[in-house]
Design a protein around this ligand. Structure first.
Ligand SMILES: [Zn+2]
Ligand SMILES: [Zn+2]
Length: 179
């Protein structure tokens, strides 16, 4: 994927899916390119020493949140892969760094419409995590939607992504379990 488009995409997705007032660290999530070749993306909380608290004389710190993408790896990955990785890192930012690749993180992945799986990076191997919930792919726009459980009988959902482009019946989602 070309790097200019990737940078636009990551900034767009951050603005759409991260509330600066929510999460373990308040404030915006920044984006940075990295030169790494082990992971396509990372989410990091960084601590910066800012001097001494004038009242308590204790060291004072600010914490910042950063999502990185590897420049060399982005260049050779397609947009689908880059987008999935960005959402994977956004799920980390929303669940908090302590959630690791656990249930809270997997839940955020589901809400963001991606499969909660770990590829490369820290573990070095593909480890698909058990999937919870049900999913449905929109027949109009192809977007995959996730829910924690099967909708109650008689309750019907349609894809919100293509609202206005197609009527309810065309956009209606049928749910199934599994990947
Ligand atoms: Zn991860
Ligand atoms: Zn749709």
């Amino acid at each position: 994927m070309d790097l200019t488009s990737a940078e636009k995409l990551v900034k767009l997705l951050i603005s759409q899916h991260i509330d600066p007032d929510q999460g373990e660290v308040k404030g915006p999530v920044r984006f940075q390119w990295s030169r790494g070749t082990k992971a396509l993306g990372t989410y990091e909380v960084r601590r910066k020493h800012t001097g001494t608290d004038p009242l308590t004389l204790a060291p004072a710190f600010v914490y910042t949140r950063t999502i990185t993408l590897s420049r060399p790896m982005t260049a050779v990955c397609d947009e689908v892969k880059v987008r999935e990785t960005i959402l994977h890192e956004i799920a980390h930012a929303r669940a908090g760094i302590r959630a690791n690749h656990g249930p809270a993180w997997a839940r955020e992945c589901n809400l963001l419409g991606i499969v909660p799986q770990v590829c490369g990076g820290t573990l070095g191997v593909d480890v698909p995590l058990p999937l919870t919930g049900v999913r449905s792919t929109c027949r109009v726009c192809g977007k995959t939607h996730w829910r924690a459980r099967m909708p109650a009988p008689g309750k019907r959902y349609a894809c919100g992504e293509c609202r206005g482009r197609a009527d309810f019946l065309q956009r209606e989602l049928t749910w199934r379990r599994g990947p």
